[in-house]
Design a protein around this ligand. Structure first.
Ligand code: CP
Ligand code: NVA
Length: 310
């Protein structure tokens, strides 16, 4: 049974095929893949809020022919203590695939262990692989030369990640970036850098941990092809908000920071955004900003991921 819990659950060739298939699904939206999941039902089990992920999966699964069933974790028996193992085994008797958004990464791993259907990680505290595949695809749409494989256009490009370098998005860029051959430079306050767990994951996957972490945003952004940011307070960290907003204040992506990147550098954000915090209004609204293309591409790339798993 194939699952997609982390970027490296597909090898580079498989990821390349996902990108090409996403491009084709995007070009032929509504006309392609309609019967891939004919008659199937997929569950979307969410323990955290979502706009993009929930809607893009529901629409995408519908477009592939499946019935998407949203399950708010709080109103299932998991919320009252039923085990993950039993939930996974029971759901597998009804459904053909399971998309999960939750807290600890070990929760999706346990679901995958007991489920008899593909499990997709729709964000954990550790990783957000659907977002990184989408973002990398979105960059490759711009960078690939005619005839070049989309994924090959990422090799050697520099992405500067500014903000909370210890969160799921930072981890996913470290892992995905290493897999795609990108240079990843991260800048954030001391104490909010990449942790031991992501380094362990790189080692497990045989990837080099040659990313740069610095407390100086100018150093990370220098000569970058893309500047990326995310919220300073992730879901589940609400209790740390006051301290985080104070510590992260020097890490806004503004025109001055964009100015040290390459002249044609792009701005990305997985959204939802807090303008005036992690990004200035000016950069957010600038022609360099490709945030809504990222949001749209969640649909096409996730359809390609689902199709690759079944
Ligand atoms: N970027 C992202 O995953 O958005 P949602 O939280 O709205 O799903
Ligand atoms: N780091 C953010 C990403 C939201 C898509 C969070 O986990 O809340």
């Amino acid at each position: 049974m194939r699952h997609f819990l982390k970027e490296t659950d597909f090898n580079l060739n498989e990821a390349a095929a996902v990108f090409e298939s996403a491009a084709q699904l995007k070009r032929q939206r509504g006309r392609l893949g309609r019967s891939t999941l004919d008659g199937q039902t997929w569950g979307l089990l969410f323990a955290k809020s979502s706009t993009r992920t929930r809607v893009s999966f529901e629409v995408g699964l519908h477009e592939l022919g499946a019935h998407p069933m949203y399950l708010d974790q709080r109103t299932t028996q998991i919320g009252r203590g039923e085990t993950i193992a039993d939930t996974a085994r029971v759901l597998s008797r009804y459904i053909h695939g399971l998309v999960i958004r939750t807290y600890g990464h070990e929760i999706v791993e346990e679901f995958a262990r007991y489920a008899n259907c593909p499990v997709i990680n729709a964000l954990t505290d550790f990783l957000h692989p659907c977002q990184i595949y989408t973002d990398a695809f979105t960059l490759s749409e711009r960078w690939a030369k005619p005839g070049e494989k989309l994924i090959d256009s990422l090799r050697g490009k520099k992405l500067a990640y500014i903000g909370d370098c210890s969160n799921n998005m930072a981890n996913s860029w470290i892992l995905g970036g290493a897999m795609f051959g990108m240079k990843i430079a991260l800048a954030g306050p001391a104490g909010y850098g990449p942790g031991a767990e992501i380094r362990k994951q790189l080692a497990k996957d045989g990837l080099e941990d040659n990313f740069l972490f610095t407390t100086d945003p100018m150093e990370a952004a220098a000569d970058a092809d893309v500047l990326y940011t995310d919220v300073w307070v992730s879901m589940g960290q609400e209790g740390e908000e006051a301290e985080r907003l104070e510590r992260f204040r020097p890490y806004t992506i503004d025109s001055k920071l964009m100015g040290v990147a390459k002249p044609e550098a792009l701005f990305m954000h997985c959204l939802p955004a807090h303008i005036g915090m992690e990004v200035s209004q000016e950069v957010y609204d600038s022609p360099a900003s490709i945030i809504f293309d990222q949001a749209e591409n969640r649909l096409h790339v996730q359809k390609a991921i689902v199709s690759a798993l079944v």
